[in-house]
Write a protein of this length. Structure first.
Length: 409
């Protein structure tokens, strides 16, 4: 019988998940520590040495499926790094190679300067949190958390103290004697996190850890997981297909597509300066506008578009001198203005008519048809202008050059 929540497309099955979890937890065992890995710290409050993860042309092929295609990436020590992308893009495969559950078919993997490409899971300094939690149903919370220490031959007062510390960290100290089936989904998730932390890893790998929780709980666990990673100085690698989760939690994100990194950077950078349509559309809503390069300006270009002439200062490095391009304009960067509203002299003014107005609580979503544009613009407005705006109203919008992002595809 499973005590865990549901499974996603590539969730690891319960027994497999638990076996793998234990396998990772074993990595600090006195009997396996033969690969130059420093012995685990004995004091539960000690921060482990931080670890940098470096991938060199890391690849995984299943038969003729190229799941991960030569990834070069460095995740800095102490960083909370997200692997984001649609189903089947290779996130889980990449994470499982980091954990040591899958052997790469190409490339190399380093933890700091140590080549761990061939190192078994139980010898890596990594703790893993599974989507399915993978808790033993017949064991109490404390026993589940302590299991990894049993394998490491940590016992007695030391074990007790470390289990209690891990449970306190995830605010589960008061529920140590319960069985997993007496816990909510969120509490089970915390136990899974405590089990990864109790062995004091320097790297924590999280595979869609919040996907079985309801929306409200997911929100509160986001800051909780981030807090724990930061307080423990962990290098965290977190797999998700939820762009909001990635944007709100990550230090940096790699957006994957068909086994390759499409773009990586801080959440702000990926959101505000996407370099392709794929990134622009995957991370939040956007308006894609066809354009023809009209002329270069001092620090940008002028573009002819169905909305009229727009200026852009957000350009890709491979911008052609002439020809057709596509621009991304985020709905919240289109600003409704009236005669008195100020805007920069470089802003383009676009007129249109409101086709649809959708009230979303703190915001209003407007669909606006403009001039020759076949596709209406989506606009997100907060505040007075949105409240005044009604269906069929004629409106004016200001578009600033830095908000017109020219894409490289
Ligand atoms: P999801 O978000 O749905 O979990 P993902 O991004 O984690 O997807 P992976 O599970 O890494 O994607 O799969 C990447 C590709 O490799 C997919 O095309 C998948 O069908 C394929 N794949 C994964 N595991 C295997 C396997 N054991 N044998 C063959 N193909 C596999």
């Amino acid at each position: 019988m499973l005590s865990c929540g549901g499974h996603g497309t590539h969730a690891i099955g319960f027994h497999e998940g638990f076996a793998q979890a234990c396998s990772v937890l074993e990595r600090g065992s006195v009997k396996v520590d033969t690969a130059g890995i420093s012995p685990p710290p004995t004091d539960a409050c000690m921060l482990p040495a931080m670890t940098t993860i470096r991938m060199e042309k890391l690849a995984k092929r299943y038969g003729n499926v190229e799941a991960v295609r030569g990834i070069d990436l460095t995740i800095e020590s102490g960083e909370l790094f997200f692997l984001l992308g649609p189903s089947g893009c290779g996130k889980t495969t990449l994470l499982r190679m980091l954990a040591g559950f899958l052997e790469p078919t190409g490339g190399r993997l380093f933890f700091d300067d140590r080549d761990v490409t061939q190192l078994p899971a139980n010898k890596r300094q990594a703790g893993m949190v599974f989507q399915s939690y993978a808790l033993w149903p017949h064991m109490s919370v404390k026993q589940n958390v302590g299991y990894g220490l049993d394998i490491r031959k940590v016992s007695g007062a030391d074990k007790e103290r470390r289990v209690n510390t891990a449970l306190e960290t995830v605010q589960m100290g008061h529920l140590g004697d319960r069985r997993p089936n007496e816990l909510s989904g969120g509490q089970q998730q915390r136990v899974a996190l405590a089990r990864a932390l109790v062995v004091e890893p320097s790297v924590v790998l999280l595979d869609e850890p919040l996907s079985n929780l309801d929306a409200r709980l997911r929100q509160s666990m986001r800051s909780e997981i981030r807090r724990i990673c930061k307080e423990h100085g962990l290098t965290g690698v977190y797999v998700t297909h939820d762009q909001e989760e990635a944007l709100s939690m990550a230090d940096r994100i790699a957006l994957l597509r068909e086994g390759q990194i499409q773009q990586s950077g801080t959440p702000e950078m990926l959101y505000s300066r996407p370099n392709t349509r794929f990134t622009a559309e995957f991370l939040g809503e956007t308006n894609l506008v066809d354009a023809t390069i009209h002329a270069a300006t001092g620090n940008g270009v002028e573009l002819d578009t169905p909305l009229g002439r727009l200026s852009s200062t957000a350009l890709p490095t491979d911008l052609p001198e002439a020809g057709n391009v596509t621009c991304s304009i985020r709905p919240e960067s289109l600003r409704l203005i009236d005669q008195e509203t100020s805007h920069s002299p470089a802003a383009a003014i676009v007129t249109g008519q409101v086709q649809e107005r959708m009230f979303l609580g703190e915001r209003c979503r407007l669909t606006i048809s403009c001039g020759d544009a076949a596709t209406p613009l989506h606009v997100l407005e907060i505040g007075a202008e949105a409240e005044k705006t009604r269906q069929n109203a004629n409106v004016r919008m200001a578009i600033e050059p830095e908000d017109v992002v020219v894409l490289s595809d």
